[in-house]
Every structure is written in structure tokens, then in C-alpha cells.
Design a protein. Structure first.
Lengths: 257, 305
């Protein structure tokens, strides 16, 4: 089912546009920074690694969250919108396989989105700013090798974080009549969570929201990497709850729809 | 290959809320048979088909395909071709890609065994691989749906209104294809509003009305036994006289002709009733079309005044 879901989703024009946009953003940003008068415009321009890290900082949580929400909502709602669900069941594909296929397609799309951005950001950074150690303001630089591993680790962590939001979009896609409604609610939740994350008065609430932990990947660049563990646990819990809800919604949905 | 039961509906009952969609629906389709499932709108045909392929769970009764219980995504469905509730495809992919995904979704290796044969039936030509399904006409989608149902070389076919959107030539091609499949031992259950098509194709029929089976059996039995056509000079008087006869199940009028369903009554007996009632009988025929039989059974024809 993974092949089926991926072929279905990645051959959609909107998916290709999203991935292309993720590739274009670092190119435009790199070109803009490099063209600034007086040479290096900021910490992101010290090396390709700084540029890629800076790019991740800009993309998380909202822009990546938006992209993965689109994938999740479409994966959840497409069968109903096209009426193909009944034909999946008579092929026959069980609910479990259907849900597993959608989940792994979401994992692949999320990883592809992050990987596309990071790869293009690194290549753009190399082209405009060169391959140097990662510069840390007010501290000693990280070696290029250590920073590369940190970038890869950050990309992995961000992908896991995005999956929690993608899973919510997937479940809402299975619940609501149209994918666009699922997307709208997920994005509203994403923006609301990100806004609340800065309000200390609601600390007890925000610690259970997935977005609260999303920026902890920065600890991989010379900080306390153990702080990522609560983040991973929170994302895993969010993913498990969203997927369980998604399966229940699929089980309640009219198979003939 | 005939004689083996491939489709079994036994006491199927299904309600949606307070509305009973089907009630104690029972019939069988054997290998080699083409069984027409007939009924007016709302008779319960599609609900019956949904239950048979596991898309709907019956409140009571059992459905079996090839001797195995039918339920949602049951493994036995790999040997069944289904077209139900109209065509549905991924719109931004080509027809060929849709067929491939449908086949691979069940974990099979592409291509399916009867692909070429089913594509010949579909007759989509270059559009199959070159055009996205969203640009297909209704007829093209219908043919693609049939190709999807047939590409596995199924032992059982369950087709809901398969001739919708097809032109007469395509309907004829489909009819010949289904006949060949039945001759090879496939069991085919087909619903249609086009009674003339079913009359040309089916070996057996199940007639449903208001959620229940009205009659089920061989087509020739339905058309030939206990059904008569009288040409009379006084339709109203003839209808009144015939309805008073025990064993007469329906009397329908078409101008000066009366179609009478009366299993167990002889034509001589009915003719005697008419003559005794003072009705002049111009001609008598002990046969009828499927349409007449169907309308007589479901009570939708002109009422005899």
C-alpha cells in the first residue's frame, strides 16, 4: 500500500509544487544573503552548515508544519473525495493495511520534505558561503563533521516532530468530509499552538502540545542533546493518539462511501 | 463447472436507522450462471450487493462467496471482480496507472493475469496510458471500471449497473464477454435497469421489491410458466374477473392486452373465466417479455381499472 499511496500523492501537482517550493526557498535566501553589500550578512552566512541550520530555524515550526499538514490531510481524505475507498476494500485491502500504508506514506513525504530542504540548503550554502566549520557566536566552532551530524540529527528530529502534526491532519482527513477542512483545522491548531508556546501563563497546557518541543533540535549544536528525549516522547504519544483516532474513524466510516 | 454454488445470500437483513433496506433476502448463484438482480429504485439491489462483497454488514443472515463468509476486505475477494456504485478512480492518474495501483494495493505483482483481455473489452486505446482519468468521459470511466473488475480473471463477478454510459456496441461487447466468462465457469451477478439487456444476457433472475425477494429462478421459468397475455375487448371487466380467480398474482394492462401472472392456473381455465364474464377474447399467448414479467411482479404497471 505504501507504493500505492506514494504514487497517488507524489504524482499530484500540488505535492510537486510544495516540494519545489521547499527547494526554492533556500536558493532564494542564499542568493539574497550573498548579494548583500559588504559580504556576510549574519551568522547563517559563515558556512553551508550555518546556512542550513539557519534555514531549519526559519522553517520550524510553521512552514514545515504547513507542508506536512497538507500531506496528512490529503492522505486522510483522498479516498473519500475520489470514492475509491470501496474499491480498496474489495481489492481487498484491510483497514489495517490501508492505515499502515497512509502512515508510511506520511512518514516518507515528511522525510522527503525535510530532506529536500536540508539538501538544497547545504548545496546552496556550499555554493555561496563554502564548506567551513560551524561558527558559534561567542564560543568555539564545531567541526564540519560534528556539525554535519548535528544537521542530520536535527533533520531527523524535525521529521519526527512534523509527523505528530501530520498524523493529526491525517486523522482529521479521515473524519471530515473534505481534505481542505482537515487542513484548515490542522493549520489553525499549529498556529495556535505556536502562539501559545510563548505565553508563560498557560505553561501547564503548552507542555502537552507537540509544538512546544519542536525547537529543541538546536540543542544538537553544542547544547544538551538529552533535552530532545522529552520531545521525542511527546511526539510519539501524539502520533500514537492521532493514529488510534484515525483507525477508529476509518472503522466507523461507511466502507461503501 | 456448473452446479457449484458461488454466491449465497441467506436471510440477509439490513436496516439503516429505522429504514429497512433489505429483509430476509435469500438466493444463490451457481458457477456458469449469469443472474440478473432486478428491482425498481430502492428495492435493495445495491444494498444486497454491498453485503455480498462485505462493504455492508448485515443485521441478520449470512453472505458467502465461493463457500467462504463474506466480510470487509475478506481474502476471498481476490477471486471476485466487483463494480459497485459506479466508477471511482484517482483523477490525476492515467487509466493504466489506476489499474496498476488497484492491482498492487492487494499486494499482487503487476500485471494481472487477464489484463489484456479486460483492456480489449475496455477499448480505451491510447487514452489508457496517455490521458488522466479526470479527462475521461462517463463511458470511458465505466469501461475502465469493468476492466478493473475483470483484470484478475475472477471466478465471481458482482456488477452493479455495468452498462451505464455504454453505447449499444459496447453493451453488446460486454454481453459477449460476460457470456464467455460464464461458459468458463464464472458466476455472475449483475444488476441493471435495462431489462431488455438482462433478458438477452441472464440465465437466471432475482427480482426484488421493497427490500424483499419477489421471485428467483431461471429466466425461462419466469417468462414462460404461469404468464399469459390475453387480447380482450373489455379490459376493465376482464381485469375484474381475472383478479377474482384464486392463484392470479397480477393483472396488468397494455391497451387492449392483459398480462396475467397466475402460476398454477391453466390458460384454458382463465379463458373460461373471461368468456363466462362476457369478455370477448381475441388472442391468447402463454409468454411475456421480462419487462412485463418484472412490472407485473413489482406492481408498477398500469393499474387495471
Amino acid at each position: 500500500m505504501l507504493y500505492v499511496e506514494l504514487t497517488t500523492q507524489l504524482r499530484r501537482l500540488r505535492s510537486l509544487i510544495l516540494l519545489a517550493a521547499l527547494a526554492v526557498i533556500p536558493v532564494l535566501a542564499g542568493a539574497t544573503e550573498a548579494s548583500k553589500a559588504g559580504g556576510r550578512g549574519g551568522p547563517a552566512t559563515y558556512s553551508a552548515l550555518n546556512f542550513a541550520e539557519g534555514g531549519l530555524d526559519v522553517m520550524v515550526p510553521l512552514l514545515f508544519g504547513l507542508v506536512v499538514s497538507v500531506f496528512g490531510a490529503i492522505l486522510g481524505g483522498a479516498d473519500r473525495e475520489w470514492g475509491t475507498l470501496r474499491y480498496r476494500y474489495v481489492q481487498p485491502v484491510s483497514r489495517g493495511r490501508l492505515m499502515t500504508g497512509k502512515w508510511w506514506a506520511l512518514v516518507t513525504c515528511s522525510a522527503l520534505a525535510v530532506a529536500t530542504f536540508v539538501a538544497v540548503a547545504l548545496l546552496t550554502g556550499i555554493m555561496f558561503f563554502g564548506w567551513h566549520p560551524y561558527h558559534v557566536t561567542g564560543s568555539s566552532d564545531l567541526s564540519a563533521a560534528a556539525a554535519t551530524w548535528a544537521i542530520l540529527g536535527a533533520a531527523g528530529y524535525v521529521t519526527v516532530c512534523l509527523l505528530s502534526m501530520g498524523s493529526i491532519a491525517l486523522a482529521l482527513g479521515l473524519l471530515l468530509p473534505r481534505s481542505v477542512e482537515a487542513l484548515g483545522i490542522t493549520v489553525a491548531f499549529l498556529i495556535g499552538s505556536a502562539a501559545l508556546d510563548n505565553v508563560s501563563a498557560v505553561h501547564d497546557i503548552i507542555v502537552i502540545l507537540p509544538v512546544h518541543y519542536w525547537l529543541r533540535w538546536t540543542q544538537l549544536f553544542g547544547g544538551d542533546a538529552s533535552q530532545l528525549i522529552p520531545g521525542l516522547v511527546a511526539q510519539a504519544a501524539g502520533i500514537a493518539i492521532a493514529l488510534a483516532a484515525g483507525y477508529l474513524l476509518l472503522a466507523r466510516r461507511d466502507p461503501a462511501a | 463447472m456448473t452446479g457449484t454454488v458461488a454466491v449465497t445470500a441467506h436471510g440477509l437483513t439490513k436496516s439503516y436507522g429505522h429504514r429497512r433496506a433489505i429483509e430476509r433476502v435469500t438466493f444463490e448463484v451457481e458457477r456458469g450462471q449469469i443472474c440478473g438482480l432486478l428491482g425498481p429504485n430502492g428495492a435493495g439491489k445495491t444494498t444486497t450487493m454491498r453485503v455480498l462483497v462485505g462493504l455492508s454488514r448485515p443485521d441478520d443472515g449470512t453472505a458467502q462467496l465461493l463457500g467462504e463468509p463474506s466480510r470487509l476486505a475478506a481474502g476471498i475477494l481476490t477471486r471476485v471482480g466487483v463494480a459497485i456504485d459506479g466508477p471511482a478512480f484517482v483523477p490525476h492518474l492515467s487509466g493504466r496507472r489506476n489499474l496498476e495501483l488497484a492491482w498492487r494495493a492487494a499486494g499482487h505483482t503487476w500485471p494481472p493475469p487477464a489484463l489484456e483481455e479486460s483492456l480489449q473489452l475496455a477499448g480505451l486505446g491510447e487514452a489508457l496510458g496517455a490521458k488522466k482519468v479526470k479527462s475521461y468521459s462517463m463511458g470511458m470511466r465505466q469501461r475502465l471500471m469493468l476492466a478493473q473488475a475483470l483484470m484478475s480473471g475472477p471466478e465471481v463477478l458482482i456488477l452493479d449497473e455495468p452498462a451505464n454510459g455504454l453505447d449499444p456496441g459496447e453493451v453488446r461487447t460486454l454481453r459477449e464477454h460476460l457470456r464467455r466468462l460464464a461458459e468458463r465457469g464464472a458466476a455472475i451477478l449483475i444488476s441493471s435497469h435495462v431489462l431488455a439487456e438482462i433478458e438477452l444476457l441472464a440465465t437466471h433472475v432475482v427480482v426484488m421489491n421493497a427490500g424483499a425477494v419477489v421471485t428467483a429462478g431461471r429466466l425461462e421459468d419466469l417468462l414462460g410458466t404461469g404468464t399469459y397475455e390475453f387480447e380482450v375487448d373489455d379490459v376493465a371487466q376482464a381485469g375484474k374477473a381475472l383478479r377474482a380467480v384464486a392463484g392470479v398474482r397480477s393483472v396488468t394492462a397494455h391497451g387492449q392486452r392483459l398480462s396475467v401472472t397466475a402460476p398454477g392456473c391453466s390458460v384454458k381455465e382463465l379463458n373460461h373465466v373471461l368468456v363466462s364474464a362476457g369478455v370477448g377474447v381475441g388472442a391468447v399467448r402463454a409468454t411475456r417479455s421480462l419487462e412485463e414479467a418484472f412490472l407485473g411482479l413489482v406492481g408498477q404497471d398500469d393499474a387495471v381499472r
